[in-house]
Design a protein around this ligand. Sequence first.
Ligand code: HEC
Length: 334
Amino acid sequence: MNRIAPLVVLSFLALACGREGASSELASRSQSVCGTPVVPETVRIMEGLKPTCEGCHAQGARGYFASAEAFQSLLVADARLVKAGNPDDSELVRLLEGRGSGAFKQMPIGEKSYAQLVAEGTARLPVADVRAWIQGLGTQQRDARPNADAPRITRMTGTQVQRALYQQLGLSNADFFIEAFEFGIPMAESRGDDLYPLQSPDMVPAPRQQPTAERYHGLGGGSVMTQTSADRTASPTFALTLTQVSQRWCRLALAKSGNVALFPAGTQRTANPVDVKATLRRWSMHFLGERLTDTQVDALYTRVFVPLATPTDTEPAYVGVCSYFIRHPHWIFY
Ligand code: HEC
């Protein structure tokens, strides 16, 4: 119990930040975590500078112009750049006036300083406005919490795809490979390419057949052995390879006797809509960790399962929904 308590308080604070009507006790406690809210004048300054700056500062650690919140927390609340109440001591002003004290003398980078750009009419917001705004700023508090909305998704690597699918589908290397030796070195000998085996050349045992490694590269997996760098983009080759692999492997998993990964003991694999929908709910949790609403379950049932089911055979329909979850962006990216 004791170990859970601080967690509960933290998540409570996270919710309380920036909300109207939070209790005063919470509000005062959250002072130490929450950042100073954005004031309208800050938004005006940001909008005024934006046309000159956003080309280089729209994302990443210096993505000041991505949003008003980014401007506030990355620039305004960073005392190294903006000294509230003291424009002369603010690096931002120095940069705009062409006398920066760090690695860069001026912003924007280029021939002319921002002040000169204003003078010749290329930039609109006068530096005097920036000075006056900083002069009037109260003490700034930087938001100490990580931004829950910050994009931090990455695509799974080829190796992760393989590992995740083995685990979620109840498959293993033994389903695809038998042990073989080449000059005494252990190799993974494919049981047949129609099983769509995939293996990184860097794994031990390494794949003996070429298509096995090609499929791995199709998933973007890099390799030290073959000196290919990893490709983490969601390229067409990646999507195509994942589609093929997921469909083939879902079928293998469904056909594997004694495999309880997709249908644990006590669950029904029938064409009965009630059973099917129970499976769709379970698989959404299993593959994506997401609970489906009734509407979502119904849509998935009618749009994916039903069109693929035949009167005598539910296998293609179950393969279809199984691979649907694996091709889902929430599966591919994390
Ligand atoms: C042509 C690209 C470009 C433009 C336009 C540009 N910047 Fe930058 N800015 C950079 C680069 C490059 C850096 C160096 C740091 C980095 O991003 O790694 C930088 C750094 C900064 C820093 C951090 C300085 C420090 O010492 O830490 C601030 C503040 C800044 N820029 C503000 C602005 C503002 C305000 C504007 C518009 C008036 C602007 N920049 C326009 C490229 C640009």
